[in-house]
Design a binder for this molecule. Structure first.
Ligand SMILES: [Zn+2]
Length: 577
């Protein structure tokens, strides 16, 4: 794929930023200085200032995105690697400090309270929160924290095994868990977990250092623990740690029994007495893995057909991405693993990155990322008078955009990617995966609640707390003889290292996404209209309003989780028949 950035249409003109600005500190700093020194003598001045600042934010966000995108699509291109590293090492810390000065200027302005409500209300609260927790001495600690993240990446990225005569990453090994031959699955699983275990002490130390650092960051900012700090830092205005704990209990009561029913049906169908960790991905009827397409062009044309059945406008967004070459989908040597959607905030266009190899998951991933890209397209329409993107966009809702699109499009696979039986099989897997995702979200979130409210813990205590949490939400698979693998299983979840406390968002969003999907099954037109209008609201409304606009009730407590469990149970029956 040729990514031709200069050729992208520039439909949104700059009114403030110099046309010839370069992504270098001198140029960027000149703009920061002008904004910093500009006198704000009226509410109109402040509004103008916010608009100008949003141009700078969009520019910085886009430049970072391009460098990130390039560095992941060609990890073996030293120029791209260097450009991204230079950004994170030299530019990013300076930008963070300079942006903070502007935040402070905003919060110190007396005209702030006169900005019209409700449009500025949430943004005002975000800024006030960010200023209240900022401490100069934490800038270096955060840098140390990201250096530790890099160490985590280097350690896990170097994990490979030799299997069937070929060196493979642990991520590449996961496809062997779907092989019908049980001996092959077991060997693949044991090899990977043994490889991961050889570095478990290293990862344990990295994590301990991170927990200590993060606790210090929180205390510097005047909090008792890092959990309370992160709720302010992540703008979690609409729920509390107690709400998350209620979610954990609700999952334990309503979803875990369903997850275990799935497992016992699985062991019956596969015909094994004791389900082992390597038996969880295989097709219960012993069929080979689904093959929805061979080459990327077939994936693209299939996605187009499926989206055309969902909505005219949404498929036109997708076609625009195809025409502008904003999709990098194939798996190539030198390409980073994973998949993501990235927003180019100035041209207001999305990029999709993934590694398609012809699996059922690839179709799901593309349509998931499409959901994110529709969000990017739809917020173009609703220009807000401040930066409407990046970290301002709440993940609790942006994942509703993607997860619900992933499920909605699944309704139209038949005749495009699959015949009737395989379409049902794919949807059955999706529903089962969502059940398992709920239990995993509760596991990871409950574990982090424990970790950061017990910052002085020893490694032994942590391993014990993990196993207790894991057992609370796990399925029926046995870890007899595999106890140490279970004790370090958390180390495979990169969020714990890289983006602490980022996980409950998936549980909240999944609850909402399932609501959108079930509405779509009853009244597709109505559901898509609500979906689009909710996405167009951008980041100016609180979560309960965004959910409501999407036509679903806000909340992830026991009532909501029980409703979702029922929905999932009946879908499993429907697709499993
Ligand atoms: Zn996503």
């Amino acid at each position: 794929m040729d990514f031709d950035y200069p050729a992208l249409p520039r439909e949104f003109k700059r009114n403030y930023l110099p046309q010839d600005i370069k992504f270098e500190w001198d140029d960027v700093n000149r703009v920061f200085e002008e904004l910093g020194n500009r006198p704000l003598m009226s509410t109109a001045d402040l509004e103008r200032w916010l608009l100008d600042e949003s141009e700078l934010d969009a520019y910085l966000y886009e430049q970072r995105a391009i460098r990130y995108f390039n560095s992941t699509r060609q990890t073996d291109n030293p120029d791209y690697t260097k450009a991204f590293e230079e950004y994170t090492e030299f530019l990013e810390p300076k930008i963070k400090l300079a942006s903070f000065k502007l935040l402070k200027k905003y919060v110190g302005s007396t005209f702030r309270s006169r900005l019209p409500r409700p449009v500025y209300e949430l943004e005002d609260r975000r800024r006030e929160g960010a200023v209240s927790i900022f401490r100069e001495e934490n800038v270096d600690l955060e840098k140390e924290d990201s250096a530790l993240s890099q160490k985590y990446y280097r350690t896990t990225g170097a994990m490979t095994v030799t299997f069937l005569g070929q060196e493979r990453t642990l991520q590449q090994m996961s496809k062997f868990y779907e092989v019908p031959d049980r001996a092959v699955r077991e060997e693949a699983w044991r090899l990977s977990s043994q490889r991961a275990l050889t570095d478990s002490k290293v990862l344990d130390s990295i994590y301990s250092e991170m927990v200590t650092l993060r606790d210090k960051i929180a205390r510097n900012a005047g909090f008792n623990n890092y959990m309370d700090y992160i709720f302010v830092k992540k703008d979690r205005f609409d729920y509390t740690p107690n709400d998350c704990e209620e979610f954990h209990r609700a999952v334990e009561e309503a979803i875990v029994p369903l997850s275990r029913d799935i497992d016992s049906a699985r062991s019956e169908r596969v015909g094994i007495d004791v389900l082992m960790p390597w038996d969880l991905q295989v097709d219960p009827a012993g069929r080979e893995a689904l093959r929805p397409f061979d080459q990327v062009p077939a994936l693209v044309s299939g996605a187009r057909k499926v989206l055309a059945k969902v909505d005219k406008e949404l498929v036109s967004f997708f076609e625009r991405m195809v025409n502008l070459q904003l999709l990098d989908l194939d798996s190539r040597k030198g390409k980073a693993p994973g998949g993501y959607q990235e927003e180019l905030a100035e041209v207001r266009l999305p990029l999709i990155f993934m590694n398609a190899v012809g699996k059922d998951d690839d179709v799901r991933t593309l349509l998931h990322e499409c959901g994110h890209s529709f969000h990017t397209f739809l917020i173009r329409k609703a220009r807000l008078p401040f930066f409407n993107g990046g970290a301002n966009m709440p993940n609790e809702f942006s994942e509703v955009a993607s997860m619900s699109m992933e499920m909605i499009t699944g309704e139209h696979y038949e005749g495009v990617f699959y015949d009737r039986e395989d379409a049902k099989r794919s949807n059955w897997r999706e529903v089962v995966d969502n059940v398992k995702l709920f239990t995993w979200v509760a596991t990871i979130d409950a574990f982090q609640h424990w970790v950061y409210t017990h910052p002085a813990h020893t490694r032994e205590e942590r391993a014990k707390a993990w196993v207790a949490t894991f057992n609370r939400f796990c399925g029926l698979e046995s870890y007899e003889g595999l106890e140490s693998t279970r004790a370090y299983r958390w180390q495979r979840q990169l969020h714990l290292f890289e983006v602490p406390f980022y996980y409950i968002e998936y549980g909240i969003a999944l609850t909402g996404a399932l609501g959108v999907w079930s509405r779509y099954r009853k009244d597709p037109n109505d559901a898509i209209e609500a979906y689009k209008s909710a996405l167009s609201l951008g980041c100016a409304r609180p979560l309960p309003e965004l959910f409501e606009a999407a036509g679903v009730e806000w909340g992830f407590g026991s009532g909501a989780v029980r409703r979702v469990a029922q929905e999932l149970r009946s879908a499993i029956k429907e697709y499993g028949e």
